[in-house]
Design a protein around this ligand. Structure first.
Ligand code: SF4
Length: 745
C-alpha cells in the first residue's frame, strides 16, 4: 500500500475538473476540498483522462456518463451506482499477455460520482511510476493459508485501509464479492484498486490484490464481519469435473462414498504400489488396510473394507465380483494379486481417534490408510473419499503436492509422485495410470466461465445461451466428449435407473438384517388403488423407495449424487415420464441439467454425508431432481436454479445417522419423502416463487451448517436415529459381521 500515497497531491487538477463537471450537471457549486479523494491519481498518470475531460468541458459535453479509451488505459466516469460499477469492471478485460492489470476506482457517494480507470498494461512506460505489488511474498503468504485468502486492515489518520488477497478466484467473483460486500455493509470506500496478476504456476492461476481506503475508522466487530463475508463469498474456480461425477457412477450399492469411492482408493493404491515396486525393486511382503473416522465407524455396513480390497485386487466399482473378492475371507486365503507379484493380506484394521488427528486439517471423514510392508520399508498411502464416488489420494508417506483422483496419469520416481510434465526430467519414471478414462480431446486449460449460481445466470444472459447448451459445452471442454458421447452415456445411466425402478417395485426380498424391503411394493399397490395418490407425488414416492431398496440390497444403481440418495431422481423422472410422456431426448437433458447444478454446488461442499450430513446427499438429490423436473416442464434457467435452491434450503441441517452404519434406515424412506420435496420445490419455482436468500448464499449456509454439524451426525452412526434403543438393537445384531471384517473374535 505504500505506493498508493506516493503521488499525494492535496487536491489535484483532475479532481477539480471532475467536480466542475458535476457542478454543471447538478447546477450547484461544490467546494473542491469538500471531497476527500486527494492523492489517488497524479496528473502524469491520467494525462489522457485529463485531456479528454478538458476537451469535453470546452465543448460543453458534460453529460453524466462518459467513457474514454486509449491504447493502454480506459477511463469511465458515471454516477455513483454499484450495479454500473460492477458492470463496468466486469466489462474491462485484461490483455491476454500482460502479467499485471490494474483497476482503480474513486468514488464519492455524497457527490454522486464514480470514476474507474483501467490500466491494461501497468508495466508500460507511461505508468512506470506505479510500484508493482510484491507478488512472490504474497503468494508465499497465501500458499500457507489453506483457503488462499488473506484479509488485512490498518487504521491511519482516521481512515481504514483494507487489503484483500486471493489466489485462484475468478475475476467476476472477486469484483462481485468486493462490491456487494461493501454495499451490504453500507461502507463506501473512497478509493479502491484492484490488481489482477496472472498465474505463476499450475497451482496459482491468478492472484488478486484489492486495496481499499475508507474515510472513517471502522470498528473491530464490523471489520470482522467484513472479513467473514469476503472470505465466505470468494469462490474458487470450479473444479474441473464432469456432470457424470455427480450423476454416476453406475455401481453396486450401497454407498457411493463408502463403497464406490472406497473401491477407487483401493484401485489408485494398487497402481501406486505396482509403480513403486517396479521402480524400487523391493519385494512387497504384505498389505494392510486401516480404516479411520467414518470409514471405521460405518464402513462394514457399507462394505467399505471389501470395496477397498476389491479395488486393491484391481476390480472396478461395478464389477459383480468386487465385494466378494475384497472380502477378508477371500483375501486371507488368496492374498492380493498385483499381476507381477502376490502380497499377503494383513487384514482390515480399525484406526484409533488419535491416529485420525494427523488428518484433522483435511476436512474429511472418510479415510483409509493402505500400509505396505516391503523387504526394505513400511510405507502408507492415504486416501479420502470426498463424496459421490470421487476420491483423493493425498499421501504417499508425506502429503502429495497434487492429490491423485484417478482421473489423470501420474509417475513415480524415487519416493515422489509427479505429473507427466515433471516426469520428463527423470530417466525411467514409472507410470501410475489413471483409473477413470478422460478423453484425449479434453481441454486441460479450460476454466468454466462462472463459479457460482449468480455468475451462471449472468453468463447465460450475457451470452444469450440456453442452459443445456452450456452444460454440453462445459462437458465437451472438460472431458473432450462430443454431444453424442455425452448423450450416449446419460442414456446408459437412464437405462440403469429405469431398470432399478422396475426391479425395486416388484421385489419381495428383504435386506441382510431385514431392515428394508417390500415397502416400494406396498406403496405402489396403495397408489394404484388410490385416486388421491395416483399422481406424480404417489408414484415418485414408490419409485424412489424402490431404487433405494435395490441399493440397500447391493443391487446396481446410479449414484445421483450418491448411492444413499439414488432413488429421488429416477423415481421422480420415471413418475413424470409415465404421466406426461416427454421426449426421450428431453428426459436425458434433464438428467444432465440436474448433474450440472450439482457440480456447481459441489465446488463449495462435498456430497458426502460423512462431511456435510444428509443435507448433502438426500438434500442435494432432491435439489437436482427439482431442477430436472423444472427443466422437463420447460422452466427457464432462473426457475431451474430456484427449484434447486428451494429444495436445498428446505433440507438444511438434515443429519446423517444411519442405523448400524447401513444405508437403510433412515435412508430408504427418506428418499421417498424427499421425492415429494423435489416436486414441491419445482412446483413453487415454476409458479414464480423465489428464495429470498440468494442461491449462492443458501449453498454457503449449507456449508456452514455442515461444518458445524456434530461428528455424531456425519455418517458415524454415533448419534441420532442410530443411537436410539431400536437402532442400538440393530448394532448388536450386526456386531458379529463387524467383528468378522476386522478379524476380531
Ligand atoms: S442418512 Fe442420508 S447421508 Fe446418511 S447414509 Fe443415509 S442417505 Fe446417506
Amino acid at each position: 500500500m505504500v505506493y498508493l500515497f506516493e503521488n499525494v497531491l492535496s487536491i489535484n487538477k483532475f479532481t477539480i475538473i471532475i467536480l466542475d463537471i458535476k457542478s454543471k450537471m447538478n447546477r450547484e457549486t461544490f467546494k473542491p476540498d469538500s471531497i476527500s479523494i486527494e492523492g489517488c491519481f497524479s496528473k502524469s498518470e491520467i494525462g489522457y483522462c485529463l485531456k479528454t475531460i478538458e476537451d469535453r468541458i470546452e465543448k460543453g459535453q458534460t453529460e453524466k456518463f462518459f467513457r474514454h479509451r486509449e491504447e493502454l488505459e480506459e477511463c469511465i466516469l458515471h454516477d455513483f451506482d454499484h450495479t454500473k460499477l460492477e458492470n463496468t469492471l466486469s466489462s474491462l478485460s485484461p490483455f491476454k499477455y500482460q502479467p499485471y492489470t490494474l483497476y482503480r476506482v474513486i468514488s464519492s457517494r455524497n457527490k454522486n460520482f464514480m470514476i474507474t480507470v483501467f490500466y491494461n498494461d501497468i508495466t508500460s512506460v507511461a505508468h512506470a511510476k506505479v510500484s508493482l505489488p510484491e507478488i512472490n511474498e504474497s503468494i508465499a503468504e497465501m500458499k500457507n493459508n489453506s483457503k488462499g485468502f488473506l484479509f488485512q486492515t490498518e487504521v491511519f489518520q482516521n481512515r481504514t485501509s483494507v487489503t484483500i488477497k486471493s489466489i485462484n478466484s475468478a475475476k467476476s467473483t472477486v469484483i462481485n464479492n468486493v462490491i456487494e460486500t461493501f454495499q451490504k455493509h453500507n461502507i463506501f470506500p473512497i478509493y479502491m484498486e484492484l490488481w489482477y496478476i496472472k498465474g505463476r504456476d499450475k497451482k496459482v492461476k491468478s492472484l488478486y490484490i484489492v486495496n481499499c481506503t475508507i474515510s472513517e475508522v471502522i470498528q473491530n466487530n464490523e471489520l470482522q464481519s467484513l472479513h467473514n463475508d469476503f472470505e465466505r463469498y470468494l469462490h474458487r474456480y470450479i473444479k474441473p469435473m464432469s456432470v457424470f461425477d455427480i450423476v454416476g457412477p453406475s455401481m453396486v450399492g450401497p454407498s457411493s462414498s463408502h463403497t464406490a469411492g472406497a473401491n477407487k482408493i483401493g484401485q489408485i493404491a494398487r497402481n501406486i504400489i505396482k509403480a513403486k515396486t517396479k521402480f524400487d525393486k523391493a519385494k512387497v511382503l504384505s498389505v494392510e488396510v486401516k480404516l479411520l473416522a467414518s470409514f471405521r465407524d460405518t464402513g462394514p455396513g457399507h462394505y467399505t473394507p471389501s470395496a477397498i480390497g476389491g479395488g486393491l485386487y484391481g476390480l472396478a466399482p461395478d464389477h459383480p465380483q468386487m465385494i466378494q473378492q475384497g472380502d477378508p475371507a477371500f483375501l486371507n486365503e488368496h492374498g492380493i494379486d498385483f499381476d507381477d507379484f502376490t502380497a499377503s493380506f494383513s487384514g482390515y484394521k480399525k484406526g484409533t481417534p488419535d491416529e485420525e488427528l494427523k488428518y484433522k486439517n483435511e476436512n474429511n471423514n472418510n479415510i483409509a490408510e493402505i500400509i505396505v510392508e516391503t523387504e526394505s520399508e513400511t510405507y502408507t498411502i492415504t486416501g479420502f473419499s470426498i463424496g459421490g464416488g470421487n476420491v483423493e489420494v493425498r499421501y504417499l508417506v508425506n502429503r502429495l503436492g497434487t492429490p491423485l483422483t484417478g482421473k489423470e496419469d501420474f509417475y513415480y520416481h524415487n519416493g515422489i509422485i509427479v505429473n507427466p510434465v515433471e516426469a520428463r526430467k527423470f530417466d525411467n519414471p514409472e507410470l501410475i495410470p489413471s483409473i477413470v478414462s478422460v478423453s484425449k480431446n479434453a481441454n486441460s486449460k479450460y476454466l468454466i466461465p462462472f463459479n457460482s449460481f449468480e455468475e451462471l445466470s449472468q453468463y447465460l444472459k450475457k451470452e444469450n445461451k440456453k442452459l443445456i447448451d452450456v452444460v454440453l459445452d462445459v462437458e465437451a471442454n472438460l472431458q473432450g466428449n462430443t454431444t453424442e458421447d455425452t448423450m450416449l452415456k446419460v442414456a446408459e445411466y437412464w437405462r440403469v435407473m429405469k431398470a432399478s425402478v422396475k426391479k425395486g417395485i416388484k421385489s419381495r426380498e428383504l435386506s441382510l438384517l431385514k431392515l428394508t424391503g417390500k415397502d416400494a411394493l406396498r406403496i405402489n399397490k396403495y397408489v394404484k388403488k388410490s385416486p388421491l395418490f395416483d399422481n406424480i407425488y404417489g408414484r415418485a414416492t414408490a419409485y424412489a423407495v424402490a431404487v433405494n431398496e435395490v441399493n440397500a440390497k447391493c443391487g446396481v444403481i446410479v449414484a445421483c449424487p450418491t448411492a444413499g440418495s439414488c432413488g429421488i431422481l429416477p423415481g421422480v423422472i420415471q413418475a413424470y415420464s409415465e404421466i406426461e410422456k416427454p421426449e426421450r431426448k428431453k428426459v436425458l437433458e434433464s438428467i444432465l441439467v440436474s448433474g450440472f447444478l450439482g457440480m456447481i454446488l459441489f465446488n463449495d461442499v462435498t456430497t458426502a454425508g460423512a462431511d456435510y450430513g444428509c443435507q448433502a446427499e438426500v438434500g442435494v438429490g432432491a435439489a437436482m431432481t427439482a431442477a430436472a423436473l423444472t427443466y422437463l416442464e420447460d422452466g427457464n434457467a432462473q426457475e431451474i436454479v430456484q427449484a434447486f435452491i428451494l429444495a436445498i434450503k428446505n433440507s438444511l441441517g438434515l443429519i446423517c445417522d444411519p442405523v448400524a452404519g447401513l444405508v437403510e434406515v433412515p435412508c430408504v424412506k427418506r428418499n421417498g419423502v424427499f421425492a415429494s420435496v423435489a416436486i414441491s420445490a419445482s412446483l413453487m419455482a415454476l409458479s414464480g416463487v423465489k428464495s429470498f436468500i440468494s442461491p449462492d448464499e443458501v449453498v454457503l449456509t449449507m456449508k456452514e451448517v455442515g461444518d458445524k454439524l456434530h461428528h455424531d451426525y456425519k455418517e458415524t452412526a454415533g448419534g441420532g436415529l442410530a443411537k436410539t434403543r431400536d437402532g442400538k438393537a440393530v448394532d448388536r445384531a450386526f456386531e458379529s459381521e463387524v467383528k468378522r471384517f476386522f478379524g476380531e473374535k
